[in-house]
Structures are given as C-alpha cells and as structure tokens.
Design a protein. Structure first.
Length: 238
C-alpha cells in the first residue's frame, strides 16, 4: 500500500538522521519547510530523503489534493513534524505512527479550513460555548481550548495582548471558512471570509438587542498539521 510505503520511508529517513547525527540537538531538525534553507539541506542530504519523496508521489490523494510539485515541501515538513514531538534525535515508532496518522487524516479531508479568532468586547454570557450559524462560535478565552482548535501559542499570546481596557470580556469569537483542496490552493489562505463572518455576527447581535458588542484584532490561521508556517499562515488584521 502506498501509505504503508510512505510510513516505512519516513521511518527509514528518521533512522538515518539519528544514526548520522549522534549528539546533535533535536532543534536542528525542527522548523518549517522552505523557511530555513540550511535546515532543509541538512535533511535533504540524508540517505532516504529521495525515497520519501517518491513514496509521497505514489499516493493518489497527494497528487489530487496537494500536487506532485509539493512533495519536497511535504517530505521536509513530515520530518520537522516528527522531531517537534520527540525530546532527542531518535526513532520512536509510536511517535512515527502518530505523525503518519495525522498526515493521512489531514490528507483525506477534501477541504482546507481557515480559522479566525478575535476578542469580543462588551459581551457577557452565562455559558462558555455558544454555537452560531455559518461556522461561527463564541467560547470563553482559554489557551487550552484555543490549542485544541489548532491555534498556535503565539496567537493565544497575541489575543491576550489585544485584550484589556474598556469593554473587555472573557470571550472570543471563532469563525471557520473552507476552501476545496487542489494543487492550486495548497499555499492559499482564505484571509477575508472569517473576518466578514465575525463582523456580520456582531452586527446581527446589535439588531437583536441594544448593544455595543464588537471585536478586536482578528488572527488568521489555516488549521492544518503539515507545513505550518508561522510567518506565512498566521497573520493579523485590524
């Protein structure tokens, strides 16, 4: 099976990295694909990297959803994702299985999900989770809940930095938007739909009752497990 071959190829590459890098700090192999060319070359030069790329090209959904032009990026990010979960440069089969399972689950989804979060102002509720329509929800501000939704720690910290002053509340608004996965949309992020959904939702609240409810800065991130790029994917809009 192509996915089994990919798992075996990734495991062989991780083993080669571990055997050729005794004593090397694990941070050397953590990062984002195509962001640091020096780190990329360190992995690309290891025996087995070409085999991993070939195994990715054999997977039908990789060709359909991501395109073969992206296999280099995917192969690099799989390695980075693995080493982000281990304390040292070693091969841990259980972690390898988890990385592959996360990749396959994401690969199987036909749509990208772009997620926006923003602080709510002049808002209070007796419940910590309110589900609205059109992919919009309101939740209590909680770093663990935000992490479960896929938001990076940097976004949670930025939300806290935007919080405070007159009208501050303990709630945030989250809005999801989707985009069909194709090779052409691999590097795209839906930047405006989530923000518009938040604006419409707060506007509807003002129609329902007299209120000054509003939002702060909106923080955008595509919810994905592979090729996470702090610079390219997480952006701030006022």
């Amino acid at each position: 099976m192509p996915m089994d071959r990919m798992r075996d190829a990734l495991g062989a590459l991780i083993r080669s990295i571990a055997e050729s890098s005794p004593g090397v700090d694990v941070s050397t192999f953590r990062g984002t694909a195509l962001y640091d060319t020096m780190k990329d070359r360190t992995i690309e030069s290891v025996s087995g990297f070409t085999d991993l790329k070939k195994s990715l090209e054999e997977i039908d959904l990789v060709r359909i959803h991501y395109g073969t032009d992206q296999v280099q990026r995917l192969a690099l990010q799989l390695v980075f994702s693995y080493f982000a979960r281990v304390p040292s440069v070693t091969l841990e089969p259980e972690v390898l299985d988890t990385v592959c399972a996360d990749f396959f689950a994401e690969l199987s989804s036909p749509e990208w999900v772009t997620r926006v979060v923003t602080n709510l102002r002049h808002f209070h509720a007796d419940t910590s989770h309110i589900r609205l329509t059109d992919g919009v929800s309101i939740i209590g501000r909680d770093s663990e809940k935000l992490a479960a939704l896929g938001f990076r720690r940097s976004i949670s910290d930025a939300l806290m930095g935007d919080w405070g002053g007159f009208g501050s509340s303990s709630f945030v608004m989250v809005a999801d938007s989707t985009l069909l996965k194709t090779p052409e949309t691999f590097i795209l992020t839906d930047l405006n739909t989530g923000w518009l959904k938040c604006v419409r939702a707060t506007g509807a609240m003002r129609l329902l009752a007299s209120s000054d409810v509003g939002i702060g800065k909106t923080f955008v991130q595509r919810a994905e497990g592979v090729n996470k790029d702090e610079t390219a994917r997480s952006r701030i809009y006022c």
